[in-house]
Design a protein around this ligand. Structure first.
Ligand code: AMP
Ligand code: MG
Length: 393
């Protein structure tokens, strides 16, 4: 019995729980998923400071004031300022105690030891302590992917380390006697192993730590040994090919012998129907179809959400909708995944197929920035209609 994409995803997510979080140095946190709610531990800025190069003073009418000191960035003035005095101040330097305003240097006339200032309002050109973030205020929520902005904020708040979701370890196995690595000569009947590279790259993009991909021969003993090792080393095993019921397909019986319990086999999907998923003690195994496009489609639809969930990230972040720029034919009995170019216009995302869409036409992945999900049914999605899509980057 074939199940729907949504049902298959649900079965996958039901087995996928966040791995124990890691503590990492801030410099190693780019791209990781925050595993704690971060509140400001201190005020930012930490003290009242000047927004301009100029003179700190007590606000009041225009006047000529004696310059009685200096406050530079990192070197606060030593003296308390009295009304009727000015202290030279640099951008970011602490506002001297007693002062409540700053006049920018462009608006004054300074002579030896004195400065003539215009009429000034209290608070002018002063950055208040805590104006950006206040101590105790929630700032970044758990589940956020840490980008340059988040790292900057965490550093500004004094966080040297953060708790982040673990990077799941992924083992990629590719099965097939016909497979040859790039760089090796191609004998009659052989093809290049492309899944090992494409799927490993997808796993890396999904935030996983990917173990070196391995070719496994179409042999029951070799298949079981390779899967046993992968299960010992990784949180998630992706194995491509060999998952059908031909005499040379050894993946399913090998997984059964290793105690990996089947959760589904076969999705109402094109390409990607012969997809297998099972679990053993919190470890996940994806049996991806050997066809290169099917392997990439099913990895994206099923393995990627699992890896995101294991890392503590939102598994459904890639789903949105787009306008189909050309008609997309439906298949009567299977949901289709169409490799599409993506453009952003005034009314949102638009998609159009990259090229011929056979499951063996790997070049249909070139320039594909999205998968359009064309639900099974009669007729077609007309040009101009909206369709569900999955963003690929
Ligand atoms: P299978 O599921 O093992 O029957 O494989 C289905 C198709 O995918 C066959 O044409 C295989 O040659 C091809 N295939 C399997 N594994 C790979 C791979 N790693 N790279 C490229 N093509 C593959
Ligand atoms: Mg095969």
């Amino acid at each position: 019995m074939l199940i729907s994409i949504a049902e298959a995803r649900e079965l996958v997510l039901a087995e996928s729980r966040p791995l124990p979080a890691d503590q990492v140095r801030l410099a190693d946190a780019l791209g990781r998923v925050l595993a704690e709610d971060v509140s400001a531990g201190e005020d930012l800025p930490p003290f009242d400071s000047s927004a301009m190069d100029g003179f700190a003073l007590v606000a009041g009418p225009a006047a000529e004031l004696p310059i009685v000191g200096e406050s530079r960035a990192g070197h606060p003035a030593e003296r308390v300022l009295e009304a009727g005095e000015a202290i030279r101040i640099s951008t970011g330097a602490a506002l001297p105690s007693g002062a409540d305003a700053v006049v920018p240097v462009e608006r004054v006339e300074a002579t030896d030891g004195h400065v003539t200032v215009p009429d000034t309002r209290a608070g002018a050109n002063v950055r208040r302590a805590g104006e950006d973030m206040r101590a105790g205020e929630p700032v970044i929520a758990a589940g956020t992917e840490l980008g340059p902005g988040e790292l900057g904020v965490l550093a500004a708040l004094g966080r040297a380390q953060v708790r982040v979701g673990a990077m799941p370890r992924v083992a990629v196995l590719v099965t097939g006697d016909e497979l040859v690595e790039p760089g090796q000569p191609l004998e009659p009947g052989q093809i290049r192993n492309s899944n090992g590279y494409a799927v490993a790259a997808q796993a890396a993009r999904a935030g996983a730590r990917v173990l070196p991909a391995r070719i496994v021969r179409d042999d029951r003993t070799a298949t079981e040994a390779a899967l046993a090792e992968a299960l010992a080393q990784a949180d998630v095993v992706c194995v491509s090919g060999g998952v059908s019921v031909g005499p040379h397909d050894h993946v399913k019986p090998a997984l059964a012998a290793l105690g990996v319990e089947e959760r589904f086999w076969g999705v109402r999907l094109k390409p990607g129907k012969p997809t297998w998923f099972g679990a053993r003690g919190g470890k996940l195994v994806f049996g991806l179809p050997g066809n290169p496009v099917s392997a990439m489609v099913t990895f994206h639809l099923f393995a990627r959400p699992a890896l995101r969930r294991l890392a503590g990230a939102d598994p459904d972040d890639a789903r949105t909708r787009a306008v189909a720029d050309v008609a997309l034919a439906r298949s009567p009995d299977r949901d289709q995944v169409v490799r599409c170019r993506l453009t952003l216009r005034e009314d949102g995302w638009h998609v159009e197929p990259t090229k011929a869409q056979g499951s063996h036409v790997l070049s249909s992945m070139l320039d594909a920035q999205a998968f359009a999900l064309v639900a099974a049914g009669e007729g077609a999605i007309a040009a101009g209609e909206r369709v569900d899509i999955e963003l690929l980057r």
